[in-house]
Design a protein around this ligand. Structure first.
Ligand SMILES: Nc1ncnc2c1ncn2[C@@H]1O[C@H](COP(=O)(O)OP(=O)(O)OP(=O)(O)O)[C@@H](O)[C@H]1O
Ligand SMILES: C[C@@](O)(CCO)CC(=O)[O-]
Length: 334
């Protein structure tokens, strides 16, 4: 039995635009997905996740030959339950050259599903790390990240960037542009997260932005403008390494506000996300924006004081609010 965990993330800047090669800066946060795998004697895969909203639901199916799982549940639900774990196990088998390896997989996660905190990336990264360790192969972090990207990309029909999976693997703040993935160290940023209890469909939201960008030059320009915001923002990250000054936080916050406006223009915000963003700003946050794919889920604000937490607590559309510590450690075998 091997257990591995990997962190979720918030985007300081750059989601969606990163799908088109612009840079993005996600930061790993101390909310982790933990995956335990057990080798089986056969080639089957059994996935168990307490966090999926299909209570008591486990799936067991033949991993070889694509035999459909023998359970009475609608296909989309099944795909949601198994898709990412399945693709991650496929990557682990490939890394270990063990195409017939079967596993019992147990997933536990502190990351809300589809809420913009990178739940799928964390599950995929932790699954690959646990399963490769169980198969006795030593896989470097960069290879885990690349394989996790391939797994996400396969599930999301090729519409994924390397940002979520690289960040979850490496921890800290990272910069991703296309296949250029770098670590940026551990900025000391006072992240506050507000969660509306909802979720967005990443695939649909990414497809929506693509359609806008194809139809309107100004939508393509909006995507490029997000890239400009990121290029400006990343120059401030080094200043935020240790006890950032108020000016650094103010400028980072202003750029986050700008980034949110551009995402809003691309149609990926929602009323509840906007309400939480405004509650944070009015409470004195240096800046606030949605994080991740959008549509519903989480916002991230920068506020070293108590104001944003108090204001979000009082915001009717906000279901949960918490201070998010940077996860300096990425994936780890426990
Ligand atoms: N604990 C879990 N157990 C099993 N599958 C999970 C778990 N958490 C996430 N997933 C899978 O990931 C999917 C959500 O991934 P999706 O990329 O849509 O959102 P996200 O990663 O949380 O948000 P974002 O991409 O906006 O950061 C779920 O539908 C499920 O298939
Ligand atoms: C919307 C998006 O940019 C981030 C989702 O967390 C999609 C991706 O980068 O794969």
């Amino acid at each position: 039995m091997v257990t591995a965990s990997a962190p979720g993330k918030v985007y300081l800047f750059g989601e969606h635009a990163v799908v088109y090669g612009e840079p993005a800066v996600p930061c790993a946060i101390e909310r982790r997905a933990t995956v335990t795998v057990d080798r089986r004697d056969d080639a089957r895969l059994r996935v168990e996740s307490a966090d999926l909203h299909i209570s008591g639901f486990t799936v067991e199916y033949d991993a070889v030959g694509g035999t459909a799982p023998d359970v009475d549940a609608p296909t989309p639900l099944l795909e949601a339950a198994t898709g990412y774990v399945d693709a991650a196990i496929e990557q682990a088998r490939d890394a270990a050259d063990a195409p017939d390896a079967g596993f019992d997989v147990h997933v536990e996660s502190e990351i809300p599903l589809g809420g913009g905190l990178g739940s799928s990336a964390a599950v995929v990264v932790a699954t690959i790390a646990a399963a490769t360790a169980a198969l006795g192969v030593d896989v470097e972090d960069r290879e885990i990240a690349e394989r996790a990207y391939r797994a996400e990309s396969a599930v999301q029909d090729g519409e994924a960037s390397r940002a979520d999976t690289f960040c979850s693997t490496m921890g800290g703040a990272v910069r991703v542009a296309g296949d250029d993935c770098r670590t940026l160290g551990n900025p000391d940023l006072p992240f506050v997260v507000g969660y509306d209890g909802g979720a967005g469909d990443t695939g649909e939201l990414v497809a929506g932005v693509r359609a806008l960008r194809d139809e309107y030059d100004f939508a393509a320009d909006t995507v490029s403008a997000i890239g400009d915001v990121v290029r400006r923002g990343e120059t401030l990250i080094a200043d935020a390494a240790d006890d950032p000054t108020e000016e650094t936080l103010e400028e980072l916050g202003a750029l986050m506000n700008f980034n949110h406006g551009l995402l809003e223009a691309l149609g990926v915000s929602s009323r509840s996300l906007d309400e939480m963003v405004w509650a944070a700003r009015e409470a004195g946050a240096a800046g606030a924006k949605l994080t991740g794919a959008g549509g519903g889920g989480c916002i991230v604000a920068l506020d070293a004081g108590e104001g944003t937490e108090t204001a979000l607590d009082l915001t009717p559309t906000c279901e949960d609010v918490f201070r998010a510590e940077l996860a300096t450690e990425g994936v780890r075998v426990e």
